[in-house]
Design a protein around this ligand. Structure first.
Ligand code: ALA
Length: 411
C-alpha cells in the first residue's frame, strides 16, 4: 500500500481531542508517555463495533458473532504483522503491558524459576517491570539482580555482562525508559543473554509507539506493549512470546475459552493463543487497537520518528537555556521524553502552572521510584512528545516554564 506524506497539520486533524482550548489557551498535549490521543479511525472502530457487530467471540455461529470473531482475529493478525512475529499463535491479548508481564511472571515463573535462580532487570524499570519479578523471586526463593545505569541514564552493559551467569534464568529490560527517554541497546542485551541461553523479555510499552520493532530480527523471547500508548484504547495490550516458550508455559488465568475438555476431575487446555485468553476478552478494544496500527501504517514510520526527534532536540535546546532547569536523563540515544526539575519549583507546581497555560505534562515519580532515588529527586516534571505535536506547542511549553520560574523566583 502506498504511504501518505507526513504533514503534521494534516495528522492533527485526525485527532479530534487536540483541537480544543484549555483555560482559554490552545491545548498542547505533551503527556503522551502516560497515554496517547486517539485518531478518529480508532474512535470509529469502537462505535462501529458496538453499533453494528457486538457479539461474543469464539462462541456463536450467528452472523454477528462471526463478524466479531473475524474482526478480533484480524486485529491479532495486524499486531503480528506490525511487530514481525512468525504466527498469530504468538500474540496473546492482555489488558496491557502490565498484565502481559504478570502473565510471564506467573506462568514462566511457575515452570522455569526455581530456588537460587536469578532474574535481571535494570535500574530504570517501571514498577510494572519490577514488582511482578520481586513477588516471583519471593515465591520461588530466587534473587532479583539490578543492572545499574550511569548519571546520563544509560545502561551499564559492562556490569550487565558480568551479571549474566548460570544462575540467570530471565532478563527483563525496558526498550525505552518512560521517565528518562533512554533507548536501551535491546539487540545487544538479547545477543549477550542468548550467548548463555537466557531468555529476554522486552518491555516495549514506550518504545513501540516511537520505534519500528521487528521481533524476529530482535530475537527477543517475550515482548509486551499497551494499546493506549500506541493510539489505541485503554484496557487492551498484548504479549508476544516465542511459540516454544508459550507452549511450555502453563495457563495463567483459567476459565472459559482456554479449555478443550473439562470434567470435574480434570481439564485439558486448548492451543495457542487461546490457552492464555480466559474469559470474554476486550473485543472492541482489540479491534480498535488494530485500527490504531492501520493508522500508523499509513505513514513511513521513520518520518514520524524523525519529527519526534526534531521536537525532542528543539525542546531540549530551549530547556538548557533556562537557568536552574536540570534535565534528568541525557542518554545519547533517547526517545521523545524529557524529565526535568526546576530550582525552587516543585514538579507538581510546574505541572499546575503549565496546565493553566494549556500545556499538559505529567509530574511525579512516573512509577519509577528507585530511579528517583538514584537521581536524588522526589519527583520530576515530564514532557513527552508524539508525532502530532508541533514546534509551536514546544514554544508554548517553554514560555509557560519561564513564567513558572519567574513566579517562584520573584516570590
Ligand atoms: N507508565 C505511564 C507513564 O509513564 C503511566 O506515565
Amino acid at each position: 500500500m502506498s504511504k501518505q506524506t507526513f504533514v503534521v497539520d494534516n495528522v492533527r486533524r485526525d485527532f479530534p481531542v487536540l483541537n480544543q482550548l484549555v483555560y482559554g489557551k490552545p491545548l498542547a498535549y505533551l503527556d503522551n508517555a502516560a497515554t496517547t490521543q486517539k485518531p478518529q479511525i480508532v474512535i470509529d472502530a469502537l462505535i462501529n463495533f458496538y453499533q453494528n457487530d457486538n457479539a461474543n467471540v469464539h462462541r456463536g455461529v450467528h452472523a454477528l458473532s462471526e463478524r466479531a470473531d473475524a474482526a478480533y482475529e484480524a486485529a491479532r493478525l495486524k499486531i503480528k504483522e506490525f511487530i514481525g512475529a512468525k504466527s498469530t499463535e504468538e500474540i496473546i491479548f492482555t489488558r496491557g503491558a502490565t498484565e502481559a508481564i504478570n502473565l510471564v511472571a506467573y506462568s514462566f515463573g511457575e515452570a522455569f524459576i526455581h530456588e537460587g535462580d536469578e532474574i535481571i532487570i535494570s535500574a530504570m524499570e517501571h514498577h510494572a517491570n519490577i514488582v511482578p519479578w520481586q513477588l516471583l523471586c519471593k515465591r520461588k526463593s530466587a534473587t532479583l539482580i539490578v543492572t545499574p545505569i550511569n548519571d546520563k541514564g544509560e545502561l551499564d552493559l559492562a556490569v550487565f555482562k558480568q551479571q549474566l551467569s548460570a544462575r540467570t534464568k530471565l532478563v527483563c529490560i525496558t526498550q525505552m525508559s518512560n521517565t528518562l527517554g533512554t533507548i536501551n541497546p535491546a539487540e545487544e542485551v538479547i545477543a549477550l543473554s542468548h550467548l548463555k541461553n537466557i531468555p529476554v523479555l522486552i518491555d516495549a510499552a514506550q518504545s513501540l509507539p516511537h520505534l519500528p520493532i521487528d521481533v524476529y530480527t530482535l530475537d527477543c523471547d517475550f515482548l509486551v506493549a499497551s494499546g493506549h500508548k500506541i493510539y489505541g484504547p485503554t484496557g487492551i495490550g498484548f504479549l508476544y512470546g516465542k511459540k516454544k516458550w508459550l507452549e511450555a508455559m502453563p495457563p495463567y488465568q483459567s476459565g472459559g475459552a482456554m479449555i478443550s475438555q473439562v470434567s470435574f476431575e480434570t481439564t485439558d487446555f486448548t492451543h495457542l493463543p487461546y490457552k492464555f485468553e480466559a474469559g470474554t476478552p476486550a473485543i472492541a478494544d482489540a479491534i480498535a487497537l488494530g485500527a490504531a496500527l492501520d493508522y500508523l501504517n499509513r505513514y513511513v514510520r521513520h518520518d514520524l520518528v524523525m519529527h519526534e526527534q526534531a521536537l525532542l532536540h528543539y525542546a531540549e535546546e530551549k530547556m538548557r537555556a533556562i537557568n536552574g532547569l536540570r534535565i534528568i536523563g541525557e542518554a545519547r540515544n533517547k526517545g521523545s521524553i524529557i524529565s526535568f526539575v526546576l530550582d525552587k519549583v516543585h514538579p507538581h507546581d510546574i505541572a499546575t502552572i503549565l496546565d493553566r497555560a494549556g500545556v499538559a505534562i505529567r509530574a511525579g515519580h512516573h512509577c519509577t521510584m528507585p530511579l528517583m532515588r538514584q537521581f536524588n529527586v522526589p519527583a520530576t516534571a515530564r514532557a513527552s512528545m508524539s508525532f502530532y505535536n508541533t514546534f509551536s506547542e514546544i514554544d508554548q511549553l517553554i514560555a509557560a516554564l519561564i513564567e513558572a520560574k519567574e513566579l517562584f523566583h520573584d516570590a
